[in-house]
Design a binder for this molecule. Sequence first.
Ligand SMILES: Nc1ncnc2c1ncn2[C@@H]1O[C@H](COP(=O)(O)OP(=O)(O)OP(=O)(O)O)[C@@H](O)[C@H]1O
Ligand SMILES: [Mg+2]
Length: 224
Amino acid sequence: MTTTLAVLNQKGGAGKTTLSTNIACQLQLNDYRVLLVDSDPQGSARDWHAASDGQHLPVVGLDRATLDRDIKAITKDYDWVVIDGAPQLREMAVAAIKAADVILIPVQPSPYDIWACSDLVELIKSRQEVTDGRPKTAFVISRVIQGTKLSKEVREALAEYGLPVFEHFTSQRVIYPNSAASGSTPMLMEPSGEGAKEVQRITRELNNFITGGITRGTHSEAAL
Ligand SMILES: Nc1ncnc2c1ncn2[C@@H]1O[C@H](COP(=O)(O)OP(=O)(O)OP(=O)(O)O)[C@@H](O)[C@H]1O
Ligand SMILES: [Mg+2]
């Protein structure tokens, strides 16, 4: 059976491509058969793939609003299909929501970024209403400034949307852009580094989330 994960946020620069390439890589390291689908006409995931000469993962581009139909023809040989979402394009978000079994919304810990999720959350909730709660959806906080405490307010503000917030998050670390530049990831470049650990924790939490494990809606304080 294939699980389709969509990494969505209509806000540019939220961390969609970073999260989707990294989760896809970690899932592959966990011995799953993984396909990365680039739904963004900018083609960032395809650029990432080309930068490694296509070494690490199969990546295909499906950047039209027929994504939910087109994807059916190519998923069957994979355990996981990870869709890197496109910014702004509402019709692409709608198609990705239809295609997904699970959605992660990377969001930076700032009020503007949190407010900007409202349209996407509405789209997801309207879909969930007609599909018995599918796709399961959670926020993943991204690009937390190191050395700061992730405030309780950020988790609480996100929890007001009525969707769970992952306990684990990514911090702002140079290893993410540095590894991306050569089409790699922290796990391949610095397997025992902190960036790799963050991705491993998020991927583990994703697996638990799918199998019904607990992700709290709010969490008082995250130790950084
Ligand atoms: N945790 C992180 N630490 C440091 N830099 C990061 C992190 N996450 C993302 N970045 C950098 O921030 C920029 C935006 O991230 P990314 O491209 O993943 O966002 P996106 O949501 O895919 O953007 P777009 O909406 O343009 O597709 C990139 O330059 C990326 O390398
Ligand atoms: Mg992107």
